[in-house]
Design a protein around this ligand. Sequence first.
Ligand SMILES: Nc1ncnc2c1ncn2[C@@H]1O[C@H](COP(=O)(O)OP(=O)(O)OP(=O)(O)O)[C@@H](O)[C@H]1O
Ligand SMILES: [Mg+2]
Length: 260
Amino acid sequence: MSRFIALASGKGGVGRTSLTFNLGVAMSLFNEKIVMLDFDLVMANMDIIAGLLNPEATLHDVLVRDKSIEDCIYEINQGVNVVPTGIHFETLKNINPNYISWNKIMSEVSQYGDTFLMDLPAGINSNVFEGIPRDTEIILVTNSTMPAVADTLKLKIFFKEFNLKISGFVLNMWYDDKFLLSANEIKSILEVPMLGCIPYDREMERSMALGKSVVEINPSSPISNAIMQLAAGLLGKYYKPIEPDKKGIIKRLKKFVGLP
Ligand SMILES: Nc1ncnc2c1ncn2[C@@H]1O[C@H](COP(=O)(O)OP(=O)(O)OP(=O)(O)O)[C@@H](O)[C@H]1O
Ligand SMILES: [Mg+2]
């Protein structure tokens, strides 16, 4: 049976798309067949983050009825498929949100995987939200700043009114700072479970520059372990964090200074 998970955020720039992409790759490492869909129809960037440069066909082409899902689904890794969205405003102008047949799109796409991760646009966007399947699990993504958490709370209320199920929130870009909200404070504001806490780590930027996921580029980094842990939790599986290879580093250092 298909499982639909949507990542949503009140504010933009909290790392929703990077998390969707990395979570998808992480889940595929547990042998899940993943399809990620970029539902950010206006400010799409899943293509860039997934290392897909100028994809020939995108969800925009499906929405203007020029192409089918089959034409715009790209397998980027074994078991990891991406349905990107275009960035051409010209095509966007031809999309009438009232005529989008989300049911048809989702039923077409469902044959390509088991788990579907949807990157929703930031804020409230009823046209897109109406299209997501009713049994979608919503994951709220926030950082620890007060405005982001306040907007996440608004979004939570909105989704509840929309009768969509909220699984919990992921605290992204976390670092310890007395001026930011703590994980516990955010938990008590949002009143939904915390599914994961992903640290702020420049490795995310490095992996993006390489067009890869951080879980592939640096699996023993704290950020990768946190994303793998999140994936395992969502799948009900066990994950043992990968320790950095300190012994290897010490051995190499010794060799460098001429010690046995
Ligand atoms: N945990 C993290 N640590 C450090 N940098 C991060 C982390 N998560 C995301 N980033 C960086 O933050 C930037 C914004 O991320 P991203 O584009 O995924 O945000 P977004 O919420 O999807 O934004 P938008 O709403 O504009 O689509 C990216 O450059 C990304 O590399
Ligand atoms: Mg994004």
